[in-house]
Design a protein around this ligand. Structure first.
Ligand SMILES: Cc1cc2nc3c(=O)[nH]c(=O)nc-3n(C[C@H](O)[C@H](O)[C@H](O)COP(=O)(O)OP(=O)(O)OC[C@H]3O[C@@H](n4cnc5c(N)ncnc54)[C@H](O)[C@@H]3O)c2cc1C
Length: 382
């Protein structure tokens, strides 16, 4: 039976659940459609997030959802590392998403699982709903596409959401021998060209061990990374495996058509340098919901309104994404020697700024004094 909703959200990942919850809070009649039978992290994930992610999502920081509290070390090819004393979390993403789902439902959103969307439905050049693979048409004033980097909403609505993807591969391992299971490890250099390798311990026994590389086959690089570090991995065994892709080329040129807005990985809202997209997609979900709600109020869900208003509301994140992309573009050209030099001069606050695209100019100014890095890094960052 045809139904008419304020909004339909496609995808119950972090972005879609945040959008659904916020729309319900704003009194909107919203349904979230999830392709899989359960709300879960179906895609592999490092599961590292900042503490602020919990605040933005409105999820309590409780044991279980939080697997582990971590500080970070970023290793240069030489083995020298910069220690980042700030603590973030390794989460259980399955439980985190289930908490988000619970909160969304309690706010009044409806979640329908096992409902894969096949396409958007268009009438008179305007999106008026979606069609599921079962053939059901669900009509809504607005559609939010939060269906990941391979977004069906973007494809079938004709939204140009191209951005650069980095292929990634990850093992869940038991028995990695770390000096502290309270430290996450990030490795940069030619062992992970154009990307990095990570070890995020979930507890004393289990760690997510992954890599992203451009170009190339990430599994080959990850296997070599592990083989080259017998001191860490000689007793480790794989209990989980998965590959995927992360959109690290910055936000897509287009994020909307009349009646539809895409967010999260679908729109490339990942922080490029780190590949972290959980927090930024939750923030995007909230801002998209507010944009759509305002549009319904004004009777204007045009591409022009949705795109302009969303980008105004999401401006802080847009700036971070752009600056992180700028820093990534400079760093991806550096060889191991330059990275080793950087490890000698950067402190942890510089590393955080560069990776997250926050005040990268201050790092550039510091590097201007360096005989080699001034030309190669500082000027490019300015
Ligand atoms: C290996 C790996 C490691 C990562 N590590 C981290 C990390 O440590 N920290 C971090 O912050 N980020 C990390 N990321 C990135 C992060 O996972 C994503 O940026 C984030 O999950 C994006 O959220 P999203 O809601 O936009 O999309 P997704 O998480 O991709 O969710 C999309 C949802 O839509 C559903 N869906 C897809 N198509 C349809 C359809 N046609 N109909 C209905 N539903 C559909 C999917 O099943 C899924 O539930 C990692 C990514 C990878 C691949």
């Amino acid at each position: 039976m045809a139904e008419s909703l304020d909004a339909v959200v496609v995808g119950a990942g972090p972005g879609g659940l945040a959008a659904g919850k916020r729309l319900a809070e704003l009194g909107r009649n919203v349904v979230i459609l999830e392709a899989y039978q359960e709300i879960k992290a179906w895609k592999p994930c490092g599961e590292g997030v900042s503490k602020e992610t919990f605040q933005t999502a409105g999820v309590p920081e409780k044991a279980g959802v939080v697997s582990n509290e971590l500080n970070m070390r970023v290793y240069a090819p030489s083995g020298k590392y910069v220690e980042i004393p700030l603590h973030g979390y390794a989460i259980n993403k399955d439980l985190f998403l289930q908490e988000m789902a619970k909160i969304a439902v309690k706010a009044g959103a409806e979640i329908r699982v096992g409902e894969r969307v096949e396409s958007v439905v268009m009438e008179n050049s305007r999106i008026v709903g979606v069609k599921t693979v079962k053939g059901e048409v669900i009509r809504a004033k607005a559609v939010i596409g939060a269906d990941g980097y391979n977004s069906v909403v973007a494809k079938t609505a004709g939204i140009d959401n191209k951005t650069e993807l980095i292929p990634v591969f990850q093992y869940k391992m038991v028995g990695v021998e770390l000096d502290s299971y309270k430290t996450g490890h990030i490795y940069v250099g030619s062992m992970a060209p154009g990307g990095y390798a990570w070890i995020f311990p979930k507890d004393e026994e289990i760690a997510n061990v992954g890599i992203g590389v451009r170009p190339g086959a990430p599994k080959v690089y990850l296997d070599k990374f592990i083989k080259d570090r017998p001191e860490l991995f000689s007793k480790a065994k794989v209990i989980g495996v998965g590959g995927s892709a992360v959109p690290i080329g910055g936000m897509s040129k287009e994020i909307s058509k009349d009646g539809v807005l895409i967010i999260g990985d679908a729109a490339g809202t990942v922080i490029p340098f780190t590949g972290a997209g959980i927090h930024s997609s939750i923030a995007a979900g909230i801002k998209a919901a507010e944009t759509v709600s305002e549009g319904i109020e004004r009777g204007d869900l045009s591409k022009e309104f949705l795109e302009r208003r969303f980008l105004e509301k999401y401006d802080d994140w847009v700036k971070r994404i752009n600056d992180s992309l700028k820093a990534m573009r400079v760093f991806e050209k550096l060889g191991d020697d330059d990275l080793n030099k950087l490890a000698e001069v950067l402190d942890y606050e510089d590393v955080i700024r560069l990776a997250n695209g926050i005040d990268i100019k201050s790092v550039a100014k510091k590097l201007l004094k360096h005989p080699v890095l001034a030309a190669k890094v500082a000027k490019a960052l300015l």
